[in-house]
Design a protein around this ligand. Sequence first.
Ligand code: GTP
Length: 598
Amino acid sequence: MNTDHIRNFCIIAHIDHGKSTLADRLLQITGTISDRDMVEQVLDTMDLEREKGVTIKASAVRMSYTAKDGGTYELNLIDTPGHVDFNYEVSRALEACEGAILVVDATQGIEAQTLANLYLALESDLEIIPVINKIDLPSAMPDEVAEALESLLGIPAEDIPRISAKEGIHINQVLEAIVNRVPPPKGNENVPLRALIFDSHYDPYKGVVAYIRVVEGHLRNTDSLRLMANNTDVRPVEIGYFAPGMRPVDELDSGDVGYIATGLKTVSECRVGDTITLTASPAAEPLPGYLHPKPMVFAGIYPVEGEDYSNLKDALEKLQLNDASLTFEPEKSQALNFGFRCGFLGLFHMEIIQERLEREYDLDIVVTAPSVEYQVILLDGTQMVVDSPVQLPDESTIAEIREPWMGLDIFSPTEFFGTIMDLANKRRAEFRAQDHPSPNRVHLSFEIPLSELIVDFFDDLKSRTRGYASMDYHFEGYRAGNLVKVEVLVGGEVVDALAAIVHKEDAYHKGQRLVTKLKEIIPRQLFDVAVQASADGRIISRANVKALRKDVLAKCYGGDISRKKKLLEKQKKGKRRMKMVGNVEIPQEAFMAVLRLE
Ligand code: GTP
């Protein structure tokens, strides 16, 4: 089959530069979606995404476009996730394309994820079409941004479309550039099938729907198919493409982008990056680049009420149906009883899961301080992996603790250079290099322990730079560190969920801060409560939460019955986020306080 009329492309951008808005406009102008059906940001299907304004899952839509040359083209737009935690998914979506539209906000210029995504696209050998968006805004600086893009990409500034995705200005220039500059797919039709899975979702009727790019060969809806990573054979329920709803077809050919409804029950059987081939005449080798994404950040998730345990388990299982990178296993904490140790791709991924459990599943949960995965080498030579402070063996048996280090890139206006360096210093970051992508902007590279990055680093960076800085990070390797466990005792009992692994130099300071903070957070009880921190088996700090005075309590008694009820209600509400440790109530904030220490 001739593929000359096919163009497979994606849109890449820094968060909020207008990727989804441009996608909407393309769908609208090509008549893929009628104006009436135009719900903003069609490609972001999850409510949460719409609210957060961030694309979490990639999807693909086929459009038909009649170009100035008179030809009608099949344009496949593949949407990519917009966050660094999902870089692997982004890279697979890019592999399914021949071209990428690089959207840059005319008021912001090149940001951390502009570059990170650009590099990923260049690794996949994509034709890059830069586009300057938001020219309708008074603060737009299209000339300056065009110059920066020219020196970055070697594309003449005057050839870069200047558009407003929101107002629908110059969108045709983008469509013409796709037709004229993105190469048609190349792929041999007459070899065994190899199709790349670049995304998937779970459909209650059709099972897991795999989003695929046919790289070579072809498939029919009657073919038995094989997933090469696990050698699983499936008979597809249906094959087709999105326009934007599911449109079944009988056949998908080399170069096509579409879907296979597999009937499988969980997305973990059908992983992004895997290759699909024919059972009858399988390909010899899968496509290169398959990776099993590894969780980098771990935290305990516990139900506030013990009886919610099985609801929490159900909810996590349901979330996992659509999210193969979420891991969890049962965990027991002395303080929090039964819950789950969960693994996430990054902090942002963790936040999404936490929010979905609370909002979509209406669960009251306590999330413990996130931890990274440490490699611990014992004196007897054995190695173990620890992703929770509780698991750390006795200090006296440890030879070395290694922690994950990341490469970190920060983009910012130059005026914030000092405060960024200060933040980096506080977080044990090591400065690597700096350059100036444009006159008033600086790009700083660091190496930093992941454990320092996962605790409010981004929030701190944003507040120090009034929201102007952007950042991107990637895993580099493990390094030995001078690390120690700090434990907290409340009323003489060790609260396991309040333990933290910290740098030895910081242990004393952090222990003190933690105790001071807990003293503020833990409500007064009927008796004095001692709060202590210990490291290396020594108490390093202590404070007392004083008992309530009797007359304060007295107010709660007597009075009319409705007032009493109200008080009880209020108390109950307050309790929802409390956990009993021994006979002391500890609020959820306390478990987070461990992190928020400078
Ligand atoms: P993520 O999904 O978070 O990665 O963001 P995105 O890149 O998809 O950005 P999105 O399309 O959600 O746009 C971000 C914001 O910019 C929204 O409030 C849009 O309405 C606005 N926006 C997008 N394009 C334009 C434009 O051309 N002009 C103006 N004024 N605003 C725009």
